[in-house]
Each structure stands twice: as structure tokens, then as C-alpha cells.
Design a binder for this molecule. Sequence first.
Ligand code: AMP
Length: 144
Amino acid sequence: MLVQQILSSKGSAAVVTTTPETSITDITRLLSEHRIGGVVVSSDGSTVEGILSERDIVRALSTKGPSCLDDRADALMTPNPVCCKRGDTTHSVLERMTEGRFRHMPVVEDGQLIGIVTIGDVVKARLSELSMEKTALEDMITGR
Ligand code: AMP
């Protein structure tokens, strides 16, 4: 299965982005309002500059304390995150997420952000793929 199929199944929902100068306080509101765990950081809404996840905020709270809520997004984000393309397989995306220990991956085409996939999206896609393969193998063995 390809990343494009995940994007199609998720519908045309726009990717939530934030600017590098947005405060961490405002980002906690954004994450909570959209019920998401990570946000792409971009000055123009389409060039990926970084990614900021709830984990970055929790880490900063534990090391720096509540004053980190006044920091800018670019102070806590991971710059130049690993991105994928719509033609990448879900298998390769899952491999990169597992190796890098992250759960979000922006989808970029010609330098422009076109979507985002989460580990939840990818696991769901792989499970449905494996279930279809199992049925096909059973049908082949039993001659159905
Ligand atoms: P996550 O598991 O996605 O919530 O993120 C865990 C850590 O990895 C955080 O420090 C994120 O900033 C970072 N991170 C998230 N997504 C990516 C990505 N696609 N590439 C590189 N780092 C990432």
C-alpha cells in the first residue's frame, strides 16, 4: 500500500501547521483543539521547517519548567524532519518511524507539504493489507 492511499482515505483535511514564532502556549491550544499530537512548523504553510510534538513540550517542561510555555515553536521543534512522498510504501514509512522513534511524518511533493501520516494511520493500513493477504492465501490454499 502507498502513502497516497492513506491520504485519500483520510479525506481532504488540511494539515495543521504553525509558524516558527508561535508560542508554546498557543501550540498547546492548537494540539488540544485539533486533538493531535504534533504540528508541522512552517512560515508559509507549505515549506516544512520543523515538527513539534507533544513530547518536545513535555521534555521542555521537565528540563526547563513552565517558562518554556513562553518559548517560540522553533526553540523546541525538531528541524528538517524526516518526510515521505505519496509514492512511498507504508512498509518503508513504518520502518523509518520505528528506527527514528517518532510517530508523525509530513508528506512532501516538490518541496510542498501535501499531508501528514501518523503511526496510527500506517499501522491501520498495514493491518488491513495483511488481512487481505491472509484471505488471498487462504483462498489459494483451499481453492476457493
Ligand atoms: P512523536 O513520536 O512524533 O510525537 O515525536 C517524537 C520526537 O521525534 C519529537 O522530538 C519530535 O519533534 C520528533 N519527530 C517527530 N516527527 C519527526 C519526523 N518526521 N522526523 C524527525 N523527527 C521527528
